[in-house]
Design a protein around this ligand. Sequence first.
Ligand SMILES: [Zn+2]
Ligand SMILES: [Zn+2]
Length: 283
Amino acid sequence: MRVSPSRPAPPPPEPLSPLVDAHTHLDACGATDAASIRAIVDRAAAVGVQAVVTIADDLASAQWVTRAADADPRVYAAVALHPTRAGALTDDARKAIEELAQHPRVVAVGETGLDNYWPGKLDGCADLATQKEAFAWHIDLAKRTGKPLMIHNRNADADVLDVLTAEGAPETVIFHCFSSDAQMARTCIDRGWLLSLSGTVSFRNAKALREAAPMIPPGQLLVETDAPYLTPHPYRGAPNEPYCLPYTVRALADVVDRPADEIAQETTATATRVYKIGESCPP
Ligand SMILES: [Zn+2]
Ligand SMILES: [Zn+2]
């Protein structure tokens, strides 16, 4: 699911500090080795993004993200098989993910969850039944490792809630790229879960999400790029990178009518707490 950029990279935004990019994909952004990781994270640091969590979507990526986190002290990782790849969750894959999840710089199990958009459209995409089984396994893994569960939910609100209820949610649950409506936000907030907002909050057509955003209490709010996808307005269609996070936070500040630097402080404090950044994860 690589992005083939049709537009040039967005210019660097005005710095906004401190920020943590709670969900990104450095490998899909083009990073391969320590030097290319450093280049991306340096561009982010130059505008105030002091740490990033890079997320795996398949087994090779899960191995890569843990190496990336070892290579740069500003990088943390999360491992899982993406719901669309749930069909690859063999016994061997489970063993490998389980081992990687123990890594001290792996700060979450994810992204896992349910994707109701790609089945039937994407070759080899797992069907919903297969996705549910893999989701349940990752929920159990999050509980066993004591690490936050990072959920990918695309057009699957009711099913995601059903599986979480049936399996029992782990202590910390993060909905990455939360894009649902106010009713779903209320349900998640009431259960103590965290909602991470991406560039979609800046999209002019995201009316339901823009109603939901002001409901999220500071202690349950994170911000992310999901780069290289979902580049914030007005740069949709251009390649996204962690340095673009201030655009999203300023768009969010407009939506919730609060100062961007307060949102930066609060979301960084929340990310530091839930990911235990700098605590159990020395550089
Ligand atoms: Zn996702
Ligand atoms: Zn993602």
